[in-house]
Design a protein around this ligand. Structure first.
Ligand code: FMN
Length: 230
């Protein structure tokens, strides 16, 4: 076997280094281009989810980029994103709050709650949960109309002592053989309305976020079911 010269070794090393550089360049290029596309797609999905949660309220900003983080025990004690819809003058006409119901049957139920500036509910969706299929998952808009029973409600409608499932003397249906899940969602929506009521002035005075300062996308898929936009 011929002996390898220093020249051969250097040449091989240079070739390997060249392949490695081209390979990593390619990987970086693919990563950059797909990352931008994934971010665009996620923004589009989030935009359509926010549109579902703002009902027929007209707005002229892009709420996906008009966002902040909120943390409060009434919202579930985690730092969670909220989005603002504004009219032509920049006034906030609706807010989409995130909230967590931690008293579900199987852990946290993540909610998105659209509230008009006057405290009227525009829409509620479950963004992730781990409730039992066939029992607790009727909270999903895909599986039943139940979640739509919040639309048009507000803190005074029904009165506070009726903001509960029927079994607890309230106006919201429970599910057959499954009261824990809807009870948790009703409570979380009511708490989010209380949060909005207590913080309405400061929320509605939030200045527009700088374009592009997207705090966080809507919660990622999780659990066994998602709202219909997922
Ligand atoms: C395996 C299993 C899974 C269940 N999953 C749920 C569920 O996801 N959501 C729920 O509300 N109840 C679920 N239940 C029923 C609850 O234990 C409870 O009986 C029901 O919510 C009725 O509550 P209530 O007695 O307060 O009316 C499940 C029960 C079993 C045995």
């Amino acid at each position: 076997m011929p002996e390898l010269t220093l020249r051969d070794i250097l040449l091989t090393a240079a070739l390997l280094a060249g392949f490695a550089a081209v390979g990593s360049g390619l990987v970086a290029w693919v990563h950059d281009s797909t990352e931008a596309r994934i971010a665009d797609n996620r923004m589009a999905v989030n935009r359509s989810r926010i549109a579902q949660l703002t009902g027929d309220v007209a707005y002229h900003n892009d709420p996906v980029t008009d966002t902040t983080q909120l943390e409060h025990e009434l919202l579930g004690n985690s730092s969670l994103p909220a989005w603002f819809a504004r009219d032509r003058d920049g006034e906030i006409v609706a807010v989409v709050l995130s909230a967590i119901a931690s008293d579900g049957y199987s852990g946290d139920i993540h909610l998105l709650i659209g509230i008009r500036h006057d405290g009227k509910l525009l829409g509620v969706r479950v963004s992730s949960h781990r409730e039992t299929p066939g029992l607790g998952d009727a909270i999903e808009a895909e599986r039943s109309d139940w979640i739509h029973s919040f639309t048009g409600r507000s803190l005074g409608d029904p009165p506070a002592d009726h903001w509960a499932v029927r079994k607890d003397g309230g106006v919201f249906d429970q599910f057959t053989g499954a009261t824990i899940t809807p009870r948790a969602v009703v409570r979380a929506v009511r708490r989010a309305l209380e949060y909005f009521d207590h913080h309405r002035d400061e929320l509605l005075a939030t200045p527009p976020a700088e374009a592009g300062s997207i705090v966080e996308p809507l919660p990622p898929s999780g659990g066994n079911a998602e709202d219909e936009a997922r």
